[in-house]
Design a protein around this ligand. Structure first.
Ligand code: SF4
Length: 252
């Protein structure tokens, strides 16, 4: 499906996809945890790795450096060592420190003791009620923080309606025609937000990931996919399903 033939799906169609995914994977319960700095660091650690390795890296980080100030001020080699199980430690360690430093720098200046207290608590709670664009602009202006990381902070910390576009959401959403198949991640993010009811954002995010992990993999299992009839990529033979050497048939 080329971009020029792509049409933004109606909300009705998006709801139909939501409902089919809900039949498959249920309706996840959202419980915002209220810890935006933790989410920010955890998401930086998740870049180019899986959830298990990310969690090991995060736990080691918190064990070695219990406060955010200690993380910020840690010798780089020690920080890299702590997060090594998450991969790309030489890139992620300075990225984490730069983001923490930037957050502290933008708080009101104070004494050294106040600075220490501020970096230990790193209050980002104002993002809970800030205008959406202001919150997004702030987060994406932090070093190493892109749209996906910012969206993760807002939805998982505060339950704000964002759909982080990771590789699964990007692959499945593109095949289902939710955004143009060759869209940038930024465009995909904007389109997902435009077509999704705020109340469905979390559910759609979680269930698209589930579908991407179980069925709509890089080599998709279209033969067992309950979304075949509503999938333009399958209907147009634009994917090569498991078990097929040729492009998929044009009709299910
Ligand atoms: Fe993915 Fe195939 Fe299902 Fe379409 S039919 S959503 S390409 S698994």
């Amino acid at each position: 499906m080329a971009t020029e033939t792509w049409r933004r799906p109606t909300k009705r169609r998006v709801r139909a996809i939501r409902d089919r995914l809900r039949e498959l994977y249920g309706r996840p319960t959202q419980v915002p945890h209220g810890r935006p700095v933790e989410e920010l660091v955890r998401t930086i650690l998740s870049q180019n790795t899986n959830d298990t390795n990310r969690d090991v890296a995060f736990d080691r980080l918190r064990e070695r450096f219990p406060t955010w100030r200690e993380v910020r001020d840690a010798p780089l080699d020690e920080l890299e060592d702590a997060i090594r199980p998450g991969g790309l430690a030489p890139q992620k360690a300075p990225r984490i420190q730069a983001a923490l430093q930037d957050i502290a720098d933008r708080a009101a200046p104070g004494s050294e003791a106040e600075d220490a207290a501020r970096i230990d608590s790193l209050d980002l709670d104002w993002l809970r009620d800030a205008p959406r664009d202001e919150a997004m602009d702030f987060l994406t202006s932090l070093p190493g923080v892109g749209r996906k990381t910012a969206a993760c902070v807002l939805i998982f910390s505060f339950g704000r309606p964002e759909i982080p576009v990771d590789t699964h959401v990007y692959r499945v959403g593109g095949r289902l025609g939710l955004f143009p198949p060759d869209a940038s991640f930024e465009r995909a993010h904007d389109e997902m937000r435009a077509i999704t009811d705020p109340d469905d954002a979390y559910e759609l995010h979680i269930n698209l990931i589930a579908h991407g992990r179980r069925v709509c993999r890089p080599r998709p299992r279209c033969g067992e996919c309950a979304l075949r009839r509503m999938c333009p990529a399958y209907q147009k033979g634009e994917v090569t399903p498991v078990g097929s050497k040729l492009a998929s048939p044009r009709h299910s």
